[in-house]
Design a protein around this ligand. Structure first.
Ligand code: GLN
Length: 249
């Protein structure tokens, strides 16, 4: 079995090591004997065949990078939208997530056009100091289980009009300052403000994505073998205990 991954604009959209998420997928898949091919696409490269991938990844970026990427990615709106409709999994972090909505108004009031695949939009305060920064915990339904997902957020953009959140905020901000909800999740798209990298902190989520991609590709039920996540579990528990104790909430 193999997984085919496309990493979009890795040279520009990699805030806080977001591309590490793909390393995690590769590591966890390889441990189970699943081969992983990772291609990247950036400005001036040949058009990628979006339909050929199981997973497409886009990380976060600063306003400056988002502006440049927006102009390029919009050329592929049709292909991206169609591949989402065909079930290709998209994992989108922060600035990458914002680019899939209607628009992003940056801290200098410039409108950066989004792909307009989803109905949400994002606006930043013109006061550059007004940002949602810090650890965040959300409760999210992954498969048929509610799990706590841990990450780190750092965004000026406030995202409005999301109707299918990735999770309920237990600690931190979410889509806007002190929001009840975070991100966006459909069957095959996760858009989130959680950096971290997200998947190293939340192995359950990595496996959910691997399983989804393999089941879609091979059209059969896949049971991933268990990995030794002892340290990941201890590290996560330590942070959750710290953040979710009553005095902190
Ligand atoms: N530039 C965007 C914002 O500040 C996204 C930042 C990010 O990707 N961390 O909201």
């Amino acid at each position: 079995m193999n997984l085919n991954i496309l990493c979009l604009y890795p040279n520009m959209m990699d805030l806080y090591g977001d591309n590490g998420n793909i390393e995690i997928i590769k590591y966890r898949a390889n441990k189970r004997g699943i081969d992983v091919n990772i291609d990247s696409y950036t400005i001036n490269d040949e058009e990628p065949d979006f339909y050929n991938y199981d997973l497409v990844f886009l990380g976060g970026g600063s306003d400056k990078e988002q502006k440049v990427v927006s102009k390029d990615i919009i050329k592929y709106k049709k292909q991206i939208e169609r591949s989402i409709n065909l079930g290709v999994f998209y994992l989108l972090i922060c600035g990458g997530f914002q680019l899939f909505g209607k628009y992003y108004k940056d801290s200098e009031d410039n409108i950066i056009e989004g792909l307009n695949i989803f109905d949400f939009y994002t606006e930043s305060s013109t006061d550059k100091k007004e940002r949602c920064i810090g650890n965040i915990v959300i409760s999210s339904k992954i498969g048929n289980k509610n799990i706590e997902i841990l990450g780190f957020e750092n965004h000026g953009g406030q995202t409005f009009n999301t109707d299918k959140p990735f999770g309920k905020v237990l600690y931190g901000n979410g889509n806007t300052f002190k929001n009840e909800y975070e991100g966006l999740m459909t069957e095959n798209v996760i858009g989130t403000y959680l950096h971290g990298p997200l998947l190293s902190k939340n192995p359950e989520l990595s496996d959910y994505i691997i399983k989804y991609c393999l089941e879609r590709k091979y059209k059969k039920n896949i049971n991933l073998s268990k990995l030794d996540d002892e340290f990941e579990i201890i590290a996560k528990k330590e942070m959750l205990d710290k953040l979710l104790t009553k005095s902190n909430v």
